[in-house]
Design a protein around this ligand. Structure first.
Ligand code: PLP
Length: 441
């Protein structure tokens, strides 16, 4: 098969695809594998009951059922659902939104693909290029003001050099914690930057950019006439997996991308783009070409939850407390198991991962990942999350991302195995619950 340039990039084996395959195949290779690598949300019976109730109501009503199964919606999404989401967000935050500001996508992942490539990559120009094959208007890129970032963005660009990133400042905190901050002193935005993008809360770190950081980024973006893209896959108002006070941000220069996935609906594939009308409309045009229409299931199941505001209560009273309790338990367990080792954990402020930093880790995150996999626990090696950063910062090989949404006993076992392998990597002996033991398996 002769692949096009597009085919080579998107159908080939990129590092990220290899990692995803590895994560996907792991359970088949070892059915007892402790899955602390993936991005699946936890199972919350209360949420499942609500989704079931809503689905039963839709299925029991022939007009609604027909709307779910029997109709293409417009490429921008069902008007009633968009109007309802716009009203919900306007009431919550005072944003001036109508249905025209909302566009629906088949998950936020493809929404990012479309948005990124709509804004960055080869630019059209008024004059023919100086050299054949070069884009007439040069090329632009998406800039990540704080790296590490969501590795699902890494391969989303149609062109090479699609991302650039700024290394963060690091605050060392008590109790083995640390926190990344946007290093505004380092953040240089030249004319090649098409947009800024941040996930808030951040996958992989669990960081939540402060209101001041967001205001500063908003100011910089507006000054340069480029959009600020905020990925709210884990944020407020839903799923609200956020443990610090942080105000959601939107204005006409912001593209906020929300998702139903982490609420417990990753299988329905619904992403929600909130943007000024011009952008939402442009996005919908592209979505029409790529998808024809977006799926109806997510809107059908959640329309009433938005209309009544129930989604807010569920996010605050069911979803957020579940993850916050899990984060605390995992943090305590790591602190106990890693005692005596040079470890730090990013302050858990949201999302459902702990981001561990092992300073001076002699084996690097890739080897640690492989050893952990052999021991039966799957994590994400952190170096994949530093794409766009072109300096060789040792820190990028010293971190791993660990999800804590699996059942608690499995998470505890996983943490024990991670602690053993980290101790082995440092050539150390760590205390275990049953007393002092040699760390190697
Ligand atoms: N953004 C972030 C930060 C994520 O972690 C994910 C998935 O894990 C996505 C976007 C994509 O989610 P979805 O396509 O399910 O909406």
């Amino acid at each position: 098969m002769k692949l096009s340039s597009f085919g080579e990039k998107f159908a080939g084996d990129s590092g990220i695809v290899g990692l995803m395959d590895d994560l996907g195949n792991a359970l088949r290779e070892n059915p007892d594998m402790i899955m602390m690598g993936g991005g699946n949300p936890g199972r919350l019976p209360q949420m499942e009951a609500v989704f079931r109730r809503r689905l039963d109501a839709v299925l029991g009503d022939p007009p609604q059922r027909h709307r779910l199964f029997g109709r293409y919606q417009s490429p921008q999404g069902d008007h009633d659902f968009r109007a309802c989401v716009a009203e919900f967000l306007s009431v919550q935050y005072g944003w001036k939104l109508g249905a025209g500001n909302i566009a629906i996508a088949n998950g936020s992942q493809p929404a990012f693909f479309t948005l990124f490539n709509m804004l960055a990559g080869a630019m059209p120009g008024e004059h023919p290029p100086e050299h054949p094959g070069e884009p007439a208007g040069g090329s632009r890129r998406i800039h990540l003001p704080l790296t590490p970032e969501y590795l699902g963005y890494a391969d989303a660009g149609l062109t090479e050099g699609f991302f650039s990133a700024t290394r963060p400042a690091i605050d060392l905190l008590d109790d083995h914690l640390f926190k990344y901050r946007v290093d505004f002193g380092r953040l240089e935005l030249d004319g090649g930057v098409a947009a800024l993008c941040v996930s808030r809360p951040t996958n992989p770190t669990g960081n939540v950019l402060t209101d001041d950081e967001v205001a500063h980024l908003d100011h910089l973006a507006r000054e340069r006439g480029i959009p600020l893209i905020i990925d709210g896959a884990y944020g407020a108002p839903f799923p609200n997996i956020q443990f610090t006070a942080a105000r959601p941000h939107w204005n006409e220069n912001t593209i906020l991308v929300l998702s139903l996935s982490k609420l417990g609906l990753p299988g329905v594939r619904t992403g929600i783009v909130v943007a000024r009308e011009e952008i939402a409309h442009a996005f919908a045009n592209a979505n029409g070409i790529l998808s024809l229409a977006s799926g109806n299931l997510g809107p059908a199941v959640t329309l009433e939850l938005f209309r009544t505001g129930e989604i807010l209560d569920l996010a605050r009273e069911v979803v957020q407390p579940f993850y916050q309790a899990r984060a605390r338990a995992a943090l305590d367990e790591f602190r106990e198991r890693l005692a005596g080792l040079p470890f730090r954990i990013h302050q858990p402020e949201g999302a459902f991962f702990l981001w561990l930093w092992f300073e001076g880790l002699p084996i690097g995150s890739q080897v640690l990942y492989q050893r952990l996999k052999q021991r039966g626990v799957l994590v994400v090696p952190g170096h994949h999350c530093f794409f766009g950063l072109d300096d060789d910062w040792p820190h990028r090989h010293e971190c791993i991302r660990v999800s804590y949404v699996q059942d608690e006993e499995a998470v505890r076992r996983g943490i024990g195995l991670i602690a053993e392998e980290v101790a082995r990597a440092y050539g150390a002996i760590i205390p275990r619950r049953s007393g002092l033991q040699e760390s190697s398996p």
